[in-house]
Design a binder for this molecule. Structure first.
Ligand code: GLU
Length: 625
């Protein structure tokens, strides 16, 4: 595939200023801004069309994209813009991401060609223990545990962003906070996605009065088009601007976080109360990591190592699939064919079986390492299990160190379904520095607990740990994802860079809990096997299964995309034995999976571009000098 195919076709006229190149939904603020700039600068069009680009941002909200573009237009670099975007998302996509959570920021430094990850994953407090989600040997109900202080991990986002700015940014934290402060103070219009998430919140925004006051003022849920002003959040952002990241981890704000998470659902009694202390907050530090590097059909992927399972599990899938000619239409494969989808699904089932047993916070375990799971001989053996004509009956974890998979998987970790939320964005500056960043408060609305007086939500990230401890010396199960003090819960987040001949050609990622891994896999296969450009790769329908015995979820005509997985492919998958494809419906694929934001480089001409997901209000803005 020619590398330039990754850039998506231009969708907007190039002119001086901010260029929103993808506007799938109503994006009044950005449209207005563009118009003003266009009228003011139309005379410069001919010059601008040939001018150098300062960069490109892609986020799932137009106001967050505008925040990043503004920083780039002012001469800031990709890390500066990413910091501004992250804080802006706390304001405009508060249900998905913010100061009360964590994430993984992957940074490509053009000058040194280094790739570094800032791991700001939340950690379990010092008083956490392996049985906290099953105090009587029975797992607590997820709905109750995840809306109690017990689920709140020590937040990492503020120190993570601050660390990145100090290392590679040119702006102060105060400068990076300016767009977010303005958005919180002046307000913004609630979009369809935020309104839907309030309307279908499973009760989360009504549980705690401080959250209800913001999103259900006077007892009425905010609707699309309503204006949302967040004075408490603005005050908190200003506090950080004045006193630095430290103000989050020490002092009155830290005390308020500890008090807020000490609450729990009354149904759980004492078991629901949070265990975080001021000392846990003071001690929190992000971790700098090297990416996990993998190869697929001559391309290189730099992706997320543990404590996320994201990169490792995706690379396992790619490794297992490489022997199949997925792009070969003549051989019965090709995009959307049942054969291609079947091989992908079987690779997902095999990799997820390994993930359930072997992957957790590697800093805290002595079991199987990522290198064991990616060993070529091991992957070849796993791949040999895939039969293109037949669905595998029983899929269990493999034995990367000769451990007996039957005995190990006999005692699973009591994992539960992960929620489909969080957010992903990507940004590139004029120097070619790139940030690809997935950030989260875990479930939509996190724990539902807003820190009183400070206006931001706390995460429920600790529910990503095993609810039932899985460690078992007899079977050899390392309990890789059991709760332990200071440990990070296993994530699925997978910010990824795609490289060809050492050059970055794309940066992408997605939200979606465990489905993140499959979304990033779908996009990667679309790019590499099917030769799609990035926008096509994002728009194409996705398929996902996140449990070895699980049923498929897939995108069809009911998913609101230009084209879904065809009824013929669905029928063929059903015939092969895959579940989740309701035989009563011709088009049983109704899911919406992930939300990918990406930036790309066309190596033939150096052109920077972006692509964004129509599944949310994905918005690309190119900044031209
Ligand atoms: N808790 C999830 C994880 O870390 C957040 C991602 C998501 O739900 O999209 O994988």
């Amino acid at each position: 595939m020619p590398v330039q195919a990754l850039g998506h076709p231009p969708r907007a006229v190039a002119y001086c200023g901010l260029i929103p190149s993808r506007m799938p939904h109503a994006m009044n603020a950005v449209k207005t801004l563009s118009l003003i700039l266009f009228l003011a600068q139309a005379g410069l069009y001919a010059w601008a069309a040939h001018a150098a680009q300062d960069g490109v941002v892609s986020t799932s909200h137009p106001a967050a994209s505008a925040a990043g573009a503004r920083i780039l237009a002012q001469g800031g670099n990709a890390v500066d813009a990413a910091a501004a975007i992250q804080f802006a998302l706390n304001v405009v996509e508060p249900q998905s991401s913010g100061m009360g959570g964590g994430g993984f920021m992957m940074v490509y430094l053009a000058k040194t060609r280094e790739i570094v990850i800032v791991d700001s994953r939340e950690r379990a407090p010092g008083r956490a223990n392996a049985s906290q989600f099953a105090p009587d040997g029975q797992p607590l109900a997820f709905a109750l545990a995840s809306t109690s202080g017990l689920s709140v991990g020590v937040p990492g986002t503020v120190r993570g962003v601050d660390l990145a700015l100090r290392r590679w940014g040119t702006l102060s934290l105060a400068d990076a906070l300016v767009p977010a402060i303005e958005l919180a103070e002046s307000g913004f219009r609630v979009n369809r996605f935020l309104a839907d998430d309030i309307a279908h919140d499973g009760g989360r925004t009504a549980l705690y009065p401080e959250t209800a006051a913001i999103f259900r003022p006077g007892g009425r849920a905010l609707l699309e088009g309503d204006w949302l002003v967040q004075p408490d959040l603005a005050k908190t952002l200003k506090l950080l601007a004045r006193n630095g990241a430290r103000a989050f981890y020490d002092g009155p704000l830290a005390a308020a976080i500890v008090r807020a998470q000490s609450r729990g659902r009354s149904e759980l009694g004492d078991a629901g109360h949070g265990r975080m202390t001021r000392a846990d907050l003071t001690a929190y530090q992000p971790t700098l990591r090297k990416p996990l590097i993998g190869h697929y059909r001559g391309w290189t992927l730099a992706t997320m190592p543990p404590p996320s399972s994201g990169g490792l599990t995706m690379l396992q899938m790619l490794g297992m699939m490489e022997r199949f000619p997925l792009g070969g239409v003549a051989q019965g494969y090709g995009p959307g064919s049942a054969r291609t989808l079947h091989v992908m699904v079987e690779a997902m089932r095999l990799a997820f079986a390994d993930r359930a047993v072997w992957i957790g916070d590697e800093d805290r375990q002595t079991g199987i390492s990522g290198q064991d799971l990616l060993h070529p001989a091991y992957l070849a053996a796993r791949s040999a299990l895939i039969d293109p004509e037949r669905r595998l009956e029983n899929v269990t974890a493999g034995r990367p160190r000769g451990l007996d998979p039957a005995r190990v998987s006999a005692r699973r970790g009591g994992a539960r379904a992960e929620s489909p939320h969080t957010t992903h964005f990507a940004v590139m500056d004029k120097h070619g520095n790139v940030v690809t960043y997935t950030s989260t408060i875990e479930h939509t609305w996190g724990s539902g607990i807003t820190v009183p007086g400070y206006g931001f939500l706390l995460n429920n990230e600790l529910t990503d740990f095993n609810f039932l401890p899985a460690a078992d010396t007899v079977s050899g199960n390392p309990g890789a994802n059991d709760v332990a003090p200071g440990k990070r819960p296993r994530s699925s987040m997978a910010p990824t860079l795609l490289l060809k001949d050492g050059q970055v050609v794309a940066a992408y990622g997605s939200p979606g809990g465990a489905t993140i891994i499959n979304t990033v896999l779908n996009v990667t296969v679309n790019l590499i096997d099917h030769g799609m450009n990035m926008q096509q790769a994002i728009d194409a329908p996705r398929i996902s299964v996140t449990h070895p015995a699980g049923t498929l979820s897939c995108e069809g005509s009911g998913s609101g995309l230009p084209a879904g997985i065809s009824p013929a492919s669905q029928l063929a998958l059903r015939t092969l034995g895959h579940g989740g494809l309701d035989s009563a419906r011709e088009d049983a694929c109704q899911a919406t999976i992930g939300s990918v934001q990406a930036v790309t480089v066309d190596t033939s001409n150096g052109r920077h571009d972006g692509a964004a997901d129509p599944r949310r209000e994905g918005t690309v803005i190119r900044v031209v000098r």
